[in-house]
Every structure is written in structure tokens, then in C-alpha cells.
Design a protein around this ligand. Structure first.
Ligand code: NAD
Length: 276
């Protein structure tokens, strides 16, 4: 197993992507610290990790609250001896463009994605340095952080910022042997999230709280070069690899698990170019 005996702290553990990454890391042998502002998501994720035979703790925490972040990182140390892997995934979706976005909502959305990742990175890194742990960190981006998406200004801006935050922190922490990378998901098949929500016994409202952008493809898989959408388990495999010693020479990079979305030449329609 790739992560045997490692301790992963994962933020934003809904039954969708981060719950999938937490379970996937547990399948690779990691114990997991499940962090979410929604206590039910943190608790049910921790239970799912235990059901896989690993240890887990639940921390209800607002990632933008410095005192709560310090307490979470401290509790991880008290319980497991320290954090080896940090995965920053907590996110607020808010489908508004620059013309419609109220400044307080802009501040909150960018705060959760940027300040939340900044605080957990700061205190997890300090702990790793104090303990002499050569850990690693993964920031969850989005194809919307690589490309211009109308009507999603806070999200696209924060995700683009988080990608260069990743590179900057990777350079700063390299001398301590701490690796920092990002992982880019894209529009995601919802089947697994609904199945996981049912298994966990929680409600999951769907991506972006059920909101949908106008002007999207009716079936987003038709725009995907691989003609299907990734599921959380695909992100979990990639995250486990990045977090493992197999990736010991990888830092400051972004691993896209996007079915080819960012690489695609914009004028090409993959659905019109099916193999015979
Ligand atoms: N769903 C997609 O299609 C998609 C695509 C690309 C990237 N992503 C990224 O993947 C990650 C997970 O997305 P998801 O679809 O599973 O989202 P989700 O909405 O299902 O989960 C986000 C979680 O973050 C938590 N959260 C929000 N504010 C918080 C705060 N202040 N403190 C702590 N927790 C907080 C929520 O309670 C929720 O559990 C995010 O970083 C997202 O940007 C998602």
C-alpha cells in the first residue's frame, strides 16, 4: 500500500470529491483527519475511513478561522503524532460573475479557498518542520482555475491563485524536504457522490449546491476528449500517488485528472470525432 502508516489531513470532506480522496487514501493505508465546517460530513467521512480498517478523527472546523485551524493541527498531533499529508479541498461554490458578485460574498468565497489553504499550509508546515517530518501537501484546483469561465468569478480567481500559491510554497518548503503539489479535477460524474452520500446516510445537494451555469453543454461528457467525466475515485488514485514516496521527486507541479479538458484545442469537438 502506498500510504501505509501515514496521516492525511483532508479538508472539505463531503461525500463527493474530498470524501472520495479520504476513502482512497485510507484504502492505501493512511489514517485520516477529516475536517469540514459541516460536522456530519466530517463525522461520516471519519466513519467510512474506520469502516476501511483505518483510524480517523472528526474535526468540525471553519478553515478561515486561525484558532480553529491551529486547534485542528494540534489535535492531529495529539492523536496521531503529526500530519504527513495535507489535502486542501474545502470550497464554497457561488455562481456569480464580476457584474453581480457582492463584495462580501467575494470575500467569503476567496477566503475559504485561499485563506483556508494558507492557514492549514502554514500550521501543518510548521508542525512538519518542528517534528522533522518530510511530509507533503496537495491543493485541489479545478479546470476553472486554468481557463476563463463566465459567471464564476470568485471560484476561477481563487483556483488560479491557489495554483501559484502551490508553486510558491513548494519553493519555500523544498529545503525542509516538504513537497507541495496541486491536483486539478474537472466536471465530475455525480454517480459516485450520490452512492457515497447514501452509504454515509447524509444529504448531498449536488455540485455547486445544485446550481447550474447557463450555456453549458447539455451533456458535459460530449466535450471531454475521453468522452466521459472523471469520478472521485480517479482523483483519489492520483492524490495517493502524489502523496506517496513514489512521487518523491515531484514538487511544485499540477497533476490534471481532467480527461484531457485543459489540453484540448478549443475549436475541436471530440464528440464529432469518434473513433470508427
Ligand atoms: N465538483 C466538481 O465538479 C469539481 C470540479 C473541479 C474541482 N472541484 C474541487 O474539488 C474540491 C471538492 O469539491 P466537491 O464538488 O466535492 O465540493 P462539495 O461542495 O461537495 O464539498 C465542499 C466541502 O467544503 C466544505 N466547506 C465549505 N466551507 C468550508 C469552511 N469554511 N471550512 C471547512 N469546510 C468548508 C463544505 O461543507 C463541503 O463539505 C473543491 O476544492 C472543488 O473546488 C470540484
Amino acid at each position: 500500500m502506498k500510504l501505509d502508516g501515514k496521516v492525511a489531513l483532508v479538508t472539505g470532506t463531503s461525500p463527493n470529491i474530498m470524501g472520495g480522496i479520504a476513502e482512497g487514501m485510507a484504502e492505501e493505508g493512511a489514517n485520516v483527519v477529516c475536517v469540514d465546517i459541516n460536522p456530519a460530513y466530517a463525522e461520516k467521512c471519519a466513519q467510512a475511513v474506520k469502516d476501511l480498517g483505518r483510524e480517523a478523527i472528526t474535526i468540525a472546523c471553519d478553515v478561515t478561522d486561525e484558532a480553529q485551524v491551529i486547534a485542528a493541527v494540534d489535535l492531529a498531533k495529539e492523536t496521531f503524532g503529526g500530519v504527513d499529508i495535507l489535502v486542501n479541498g474545502a470550497t464554497v461554490f457561488n455562481w456569480k460573475g464580476v457584474l453581480d458578485m457582492p463584495v462580501d460574498e467575494w470575500r467569503r468565497q476567496t477566503d475559504v479557498m485561499l485563506t483556508g489553504a494558507f492557514l492549514f499550509t502554514k500550521y501543518a508546515a510548521k508542525q512538519m518542520i518542528d517534528l522533522g517530518r518530510k511530509g507533503n501537501m496537495i491543493n485541489i484546483i479545478s479546470t476553472a482555475g486554468h481557463q476563463g469561465e463566465p459567471g464564476n468569478i470568485g471560484y476561477g480567481t481563487a483556483k488560479g491563485g491557489l495554483m501559484n500559491f502551490t508553486r510558491s510554497v513548494a519553493m519555500e518548503l523544498a529545503k525542509y524536504g516538504i513537497r507541495v503539489n496541486s491536483l486539478t479535477p474537472t466536471a465530475t460524474d455525480r454517480t459516485e457522490a450520490f452512492e457515497r452520500a447514501k452509504r454515509w446516510g447524509v444529504e448531498w445537494p449536488g455540485p455547486r449546491g445544485g446550481q447550474r451555469s447557463s450555456g453549458w453543454l447539455a451533456d458535459p461528457s460530449t466535450g471531454s476528449p475521453l468522452q466521459k467525466l472523471p469520478s472521485p475515485r480517479h482523483y483519489a488514485k492520483a492524490a495517493s500517488f502524489l502523496a506517496s514516496d513514489e512521487a518523491e521527486m515531484i514538487t511544485g507541479t499540477d497533476l490534471r485528472v481532467d480527461a484531457g479538458a485543459v489540453a484540448k484545442y478549443w475549436i475541436w469537438d471530440p464528440s464529432a470525432d469518434a473513433a470508427p
